[in-house]
Design a binder for this molecule. Structure first.
Ligand code: ATP
Ligand code: MG
Ligand code: MG
Ligand code: MG
Length: 578
């Protein structure tokens, strides 16, 4: 491949664009990789498209290598499957919805769990067909409240999304582990400095989930790591230990947020019925929650005496009946809290809170022993959906997660937590049967009885990853692409016209013939200085300057990352750069 800058659709900018807040956004605009076309929508220019395609190919290659099969779902979909799964309402304003000419409601898909489950239902009939994992690389649409920082948070963006189907938990665990490892290979190959952290499941539902966060100060996620062990978690998903006696946090707050908008128990029933909490097979019965303690605190009830209406274990709580009797009330639901007293300071995360329709929870410092929902099944994993919440506010939001660096590590005895910021570039989930239940995906089992597959889903923000790489690989002069994703392998600069230009073009032809991707600056109306500045801005790993020393048969090799310059004989250069 040989690209000539004299004809390339590329205009570099000297000045920082006014509306670009973060380095990746500034540099991708200035170096001519993308142009803003709409709010949260970007056009990929030729150099940008090359990088995007290289990132995509790395992702695709690793997915294919673990046996995932590529498909392509439509982005424009009827509302029905998303209503059936409950996500039409859960995503709410975050999805783009539209009506067709007959008035039928549609959406532009934010992800495709529903379609993957329906496709498997459509085609597979027997346990022998499993396991299977499908993936696609596709444009996704989300009406983000705050599109931001260029490619980092678009309203239209490229995602790789994969969906695994297994017959049992062990199979799901194996698929999850396979994707976790593939993701580590992908982000390593992309040159990202990343951390795998425990996460909440957000609008996907499901239990276990982990995020891949690329560390950078401009990231929107905050995560903690332990100084002594490998514990790492998004602050949305951290549980801290109960406050020590004497800690001001241990003192009860003064008010319970009792307001007319407190949730009805019916809302919690709806919630349970859409199995937003779960991936848990035991949450399938229509009106019934199992293994859940429901604590209802009514206005006027003494603070220390929450009315406990359910007990952990195998008893069933008929929430609909209770709801009729008790609503409105301030409600906290939690899973097996007696076994997990350390959860008493947790809150469910803000996303989940909103999704639950639960606007007000009892502050656990007001009613000791009340807490939340966790998606937790195994000891030690009960923290998945909990954040600590000193800053719980009456409007149901949590202003800030309460973890501080320096806090003791919840996972080991000796460590302390340190806090960093990161960009979520990937997210893997064990969904369980939420979607296969919703669509009654059953296949014939070995004993002739139907079995219902369990799902995992695995996302990578492909376009966001391009920006994350730029965020981690730049300096004050421009981008510094890792070789694996750079738009070109060599940037040839013809420092002068005449013989230097001829030699650069001739060398470019030979390098391209040898299989290298070559960008040659063959412009005749700009100075050598401008070309050097542009080469540094564009950030191809190696530049070759064809300049004054050409007369003696020499060119200069410049390493973009180290700044190192080496004079090399033109003879043998192609082999040397190959
Ligand atoms: P975020 O927390 O940043 O909003 P998310 O948790 O909503 O992301 P997922 O539903 O987990 O995103 O989607 C899978 C991946 O898609 C994310 O890990 C992220 O890399 C990418 N992604 C999500 N939203 C956007 C967006 N608006 N622009 C670009 N990439 C995105
Ligand atoms: Mg989001
Ligand atoms: Mg997220
Ligand atoms: Mg996510």
């Amino acid at each position: 491949m040989l690209l000539r800058m004299s004809t390339l659709l590329l205009r570099t900018l000297r000045e920082d664009p006014a509306d670009a807040e973060v380095p990746s956004h500034r540099l991708l605009l200035r170096a001519g990789y993308v142009r803003r076309a709409a709010p949260g929508g970007y056009t990929w220019l030729p150099l940008g498209k090359l990088v995007l395609d290289r990132v995509t190919e790395i992702v695709r290659g690793e997915m294919t290598a673990i046996g995932d099969q590529e498909v392509h779902f439509p982005a424009l979909l009827p509302a029905e499957p998303y209503r059936t799964s409950g996500r039409w309402a859960e995503y709410g304003d975050d999805i783009f919805t539209l009506a067709d000419r007959r008035g039928a409601e549609h959406l532009l898909a934010p992800t495709h769990e529903e379609l993957a489950a329906l496709l498997v239902k459509d085609l597979f009939t027997s346990y022998r067909d499993f396991p299977v994992t499908l993936f696609q690389v596709q444009t996704k649409f989300r009406d983000e409240a705050r599109p931001r920082a260029g490619l980092l948070r678009g309203r239209e963006f490229l995602m790789k999304d994969a969906y695994s189907f297994d017959l049992d938990d062990a199979g799901l665990q194996a698929a999850y582990d396979r994707h976790r490892e593939a993701y580590q290979r992908i982000f390593t190959r992309l040159g990202l400095d990343f951390t795998v952290v425990r996460a909440t499941s957000g609008a996907m539902g499901g239990s276990a989930s982990e995020e891949f966060l690329a560390a950078t100060d401009v990231g929107e996620d905050t995560f903690v790591g332990c100084t002594a062990c490998d514990y790492a978690a998004n602050t949305e998903a951290v549980v801290t230990r109960p406050p020590a006696a004497g800690d001001p946090d241990a003192q009860p707050a003064s008010a319970v947020h009792d307001t007319p908008e407190t949730p009805t128990i019916a809302a919690l029933v709806d919630l349970a019925n859409t199995r937003r909490l779960a991936g848990r097979a035991d949450w399938t019965a229509a009106d019934t929650l199992k293994n859940v303690v429901l604590t209802v605190r009514r206005p006027g009830v003494a603070e220390a005496e929450p009315l406990v209406v359910g007990l952990p274990g195998d008893r069933e709580v008929d929430l609909k009946r209770l709801g009729a009797a008790l609503a409105p009330a301030t409600v906290a639901v939690f899973d097996d809290w007696a076994a997990h007293p350390e959860l008493v300071r947790g809150y469910i995360g803000p996303q989940r809170l909103a999704g639950l329709g639960v606007r007000y929870l009892v502050d656990p410092r007001v009613v000791p022993g009340t807490a939340w929902l966790t998606g937790a099944d195994e000891p030690g994993r009960h923290a998945t959906d909990v954040v600590c919440g000193r800053d719980f506010t009456p409007d149901g939001t949590i202003e800030a997660a309460e973890v501080r660096p320096g806090d003791p590590c919840p996972a080991c005895a000796s460590g302390a937590l340190t806090m960093r910021r990161g960009i979520e570039v990937g997210h893997i989930f064990q969904l369980g049967r939420r979607y296969t239940d919703a669509f009654a995906v059953d296949v014939l089992g070995p004993a002739g009885k139907p079995v219902r597959p369990t799902m995992g889903c695995y996302g990578i923000g492909v376009s966001r990853a391009v920006a994350a790489i730029a965020e981690q690989h730049h300096d004050d002069r421009g981008l510094v692409w890792p070789a694996a994703v750079a738009p070109c392998d060599v940037h040839l600069v013809a420092a002068g016209k005449g013989p230097q230009l001829d030699a650069a073009l001739e060398l470019g032809g030979r390098l391209a013939a040898a299989g290298l991707r070559v960008l040659v600056d063959d412009r005749t109306h700009v100075s050598a200085g401008v070309k050097f500045t542009d080469a540094e801005l564009i950030g191809v790993p190696r530049a070759v300057v064809v300049g004054r020393r050409l007369a003696d048969g020499y060119v200069e090799l410049r390493d973009r990352a180290t700044g190192e310059r080496t004079e090399l004989p033109l003879a043998g250069l192609v082999d040397r750069l190959r």
